[in-house]
Design a protein around this ligand. Structure first.
Ligand code: NAD
Ligand code: ZN
Length: 252
């Protein structure tokens, strides 16, 4: 593990353009369950059944039961060592952008500023009937929240079957095409099109560092350095190792 961390730190230290692609796994240590691991929210609500745009259009009240439970977990969650470590790398000028599939706002809470929210954000709600937009704060306590036109509002997160926001899609593609290093953290990389980002980066010559609890289909195909384990501990160790290198550069 120590050697892999040193190897990854060297790649990040040398790279002039580093990206991170994160998924639900990075927020597990903040108490937000991911899709794959057993138990929790997703054994109560099957994402295939609750997280599709078709389900929302047909039965928005039912989908709001899941959204309300998810909201409660997310609103009490605090950034963990992995979010904070990535924020530190960014402020050291060693991480140019985080592309996250998460909608929990924990990267920003952990100090990161350049975050692309590939699957949207739950802080605003939209009406699928008339297009009006609301701040989720203004609708807090309303269940399910309704538009002035009486339709049930939808949070601006990307449901299965919905398009990725154009700006997030284009910027991610452009960044992945120029990255020299990509950290893939806490994602099973099965949700498309987010899972095309590592391949785009690799084809353009980026080194792929994967940090995951379990192996993924990337591990033995395009990953260069696989560090297996919890994101909090690994990213803290990685940041410490990068700092050590910066320190020794400064002194020598
Ligand atoms: P996923 O559940 O498919 O995969 C999670 C990955 O993280 C797995 O590879 C798992 O081994 C790994 N993992 C679990 N705990 C970890 C830890 N402590 N440290 C490092 N790795 C860990 O998640 P996904 O690939 O992001 O795809 C699911 C979709 O649902 C995405 O769109 C995701 O963002 C969304 N979702 C978001 C949240 C959130 O906003 N926090 C929560 C659940 C699902
Ligand atoms: Zn409306």
């Amino acid at each position: 593990m120590k050697e892999l961390i040193a190897e990854a730190a060297e790649v990040i230290h040398q790279s002039k353009m580093t990206l991170a692609l994160t998924g639900a796994g990075i927020s597990v240590e903040s108490g937000i369950p991911d899709f794959r691991s057993a138990g929790g929210l997703w054994s109560k609500y099957d994402p295939e059944e609750y997280a599709t745009i078709g389900a929302f259009r047909e039965k928005p009240e039912k989908v709001w039961q899941m959204l309300r439970d998810m909201d409660e977990i997310v609103s009490n969650a605090k950034p963990n060592k992995a979010h904070i470590g990535l924020g530190e790398l960014e402020s050291m000028g060693l991480l140019q952008c985080i592309i996250t599939q998460n909608v929990d706002n924990l990267h920003q809470a952990g100090g990161a500023r350049n975050v692309i929210e590939y699957h949207g954000n739950s802080s605003t709600l939209s009406c699928l009937q008339c297009g009006r937009k609301y701040s989720a704060k203004d609708k807090q306590g309303e269940f399910p929240p309704r538009c002035e036109c009486n339709a049930i509002l939808k949070p601006d997160v990307v449901f299965f079957g919905e398009a990725i926001p154009g700006d997030a899609l284009n910027r991610s593609f452009m960044l992945a095409s120029t990255a020299q290093a990509l950290m893939v953290v806490g994602t099973s990389a099965v949700v498309s099109p987010a899972n095309t980002i590592p391949g785009i980066a690799k084809r353009n010559g980026a080194k792929i560092i994967e940090i995951n609890k379990e192996e993924t289909h990337l591990t033995h195909s395009i990953t260069d350095i696989f560090i297996q384990g919890g994101a909090g501990e690994i990213i803290s160790a990685l940041v410490a190792e990068v700092k050590r290198r910066l320190g020794s550069c400064g002194n020598g």
